[in-house]
Design a protein around this ligand. Structure first.
Ligand code: NAP
Length: 438
């Protein structure tokens, strides 16, 4: 019997469990640990609340979770409730599927001013992550600045721009919907340090900006290269750039009846935040792109900002004793192998890139490495205690484990509490989640 511990119950964790289940069948026991009492990680707290079809993938994870050999061990934090060393003693392999939950800082002056947030915090706020539910951003100003030209920046801009009616069917938490309902925002500026050919935004997501009830996108035609130059782009990026071109072509007459403008400010590198106590502006330096890199031109200007959300990427959380690549912000690994018996997968392995589906081959890849190492004897002689040993430890420590069955009760309670038309109203604090299991 092989015993595998997976730390983190997001997409990378569940795809790894699915792969291990397929590989070893009845010869494996898989425990999936999570700090939260609820599973699915980024599907629950990262994917935008108005993108319910993407969240549907959790049904696939549920099919894995309901397998006899797989169990969810919620409300347990590796590092405080149980150590990595203890897990290594108990399981043949420990797989870190912990994602990249921390905001990468910009590292510029004024970053600690009020009403400036990283996207992990801001997205966590509107998605009801217990750590960020109390963020309380002030949306009473006119100008929001969203830094970064990736899909997270697009998510944040779109959520800030939508009307209450456009959240029908979304699982945005009520505290965020209440705040957005009374928001006074008129301009949402998306700031990118490079140009149209370097955006990381994907076409489907970019196209959504054309269909917002009260907001319209704006691109300065002068920022666009000659159309013929788009020919060298790979097809996805070419489609995204085509969207930017159509934003630039929107006639002023069509903008008049829209209350909010989503303004793309490209070739603008953040220099410093202005304000006293609270942010009032972002000073940027005009750039030009040379061999793919943003190079400052010396020209600076200030973008008014009452709210800032920085969407420039994420970092994983290091674990004492586990080699970490500080520069890349993820675990130091060789194709998922970190140390004998310790592996990583998903964003914890490769950094915060790719779609949810990218994690599936990652999960199958790491299981292949574990299988090779089990066969070669690199993981020792076996005979580990696995979950029996963990259960004894948990009992001794009085850990209050939340099981998958408990989660189903929490899920039911969230569905019951939903606004009309919404799939769920999430509990946003851990105590409430635990109480809901009955
Ligand atoms: P991302 O795609 O890597 O975009 C990060 C953006 O931040 C880039 O435009 C980058 O510009 C910019 N940036 C980085 N450092 C900067 C700095 N110091 N100053 C100014 N700008 C800076 O990351 P993401 O948006 O966080 O998304 C993470 C992953 O999740 C991506 O793979 C994304 O596609 C995925 N995702 C997908 C969806 C979806 O499919 N609906 C939704 C959300 C997220 P440079 O390119 O110049 O470095």
């Amino acid at each position: 019997m092989h015993h595998i511990a997976i730390i983190g119950s997001g997409p990378a964790g569940y795809y790894t469990a699915e792969a291990a289940q397929k590989h070893w069948g009845d010869d494996v026991r898989i425990d999936i640990f999570d700090t939260l009492p609820v599973p699915y990680g980024l599907i629950r707290t990262g994917v935008a609340p108005d993108h319910q079809s993407i969240k549907g993938v959790s049904r696939r994870y549920e099919a894995t979770a309901l397998n006899e050999n797989v169990r969810f061990v919620g409300n347990v934090t590796v590092g405080s409730d149980v150590s990595m060393d203890e897990l290594r003693e108990l399981y043949d392999a420990v797989v870190l599927a912990t994602g990249a939950p921390n905001d990468r800082p910009l590292g510029i002056e004024g970053e600690d001013l009020g009403n400036i947030f990283g996207s992990a915090a801001f997205v966590g706020w509107y998605n009801g992550h217990p750590q960020f539910a109390g963020l309380d951003p002030d949306l009473s100003g006119k100008n929001a600045v969203v830094i970064g030209m990736g899909n997270v920046a697009l998510d944040v801009a779109r959520i800030l721009a939508k009307t209450e009616a456009e959240f029908a069917g979304a699982d945005i938490v009520t505290h965020a919907l209440d705040a957005l309902r009374v928001s006074s925002l008129q301009t949402i500026t998306i700031v990118g340090r490079r140009g149209p050919h370097q955006i990381m935004m994907t076409p489907k997501e970019l196209g959504e900006l054309m269909h917002l009830d009260r907001a319209t996108p704006r691109v300065d035609p002068a920022d666009l290269p000659e159309e013929a130059e788009d020919a060298i782009l790979e097809p996805g990026l070419r489609k995204s750039v085509a969207h930017l071109r159509s934003f630039a072509a929107i006639p002023e007459s069509e903008r008049a009846d829209k209350a909010i403008e989503i303004d793309f400010d490209m070739f603008a590198s953040p220099l410093r935040f202005l304000g006293e106590g609270k942010v009032t502006g972002l000073e940027v330096e005009r750039t030009k792109v040379e061999t793919g890199r943003a190079v400052g031109t010396g020209e600076t200007y200030v973008i008014p900002a009452d709210l800032v959300v920085s969407c420039i990427g994420y970092r994983s959380s290091p674990i004492p004793g586990v080699p970490f690549d500080e520069r890349a912000g993820r675990f130091a690994n060789d194709e998922g192998r970190i140390l004998p018996g310790i592996y990583c997968v998903g964003w914890a392995r490769r950094g915060p890139t790719g779609t949810i589906g990218t994690n599936r081959p990652d999960g199958f890849g790491v299981v292949e490495k574990i299988a090779e190492d089990l066969t070669s004897g690199a993981l020792g002689a076996g005979g580990k205690e696995g979950r029996t040993g963990f259960n004894a430890l948990a009992e001794q420590r009085g850990l209050d484990i939340v099981t998958f069955r408990d989660w189903k009760k929490i899920e039911e309670a969230e569905a019951k509490a939903a606004r009309e038309g919404a799939p769920r109203e999430k509990f946003v604090d851990i105590e409430a989640m635990i109480r809901a299991r009955g």
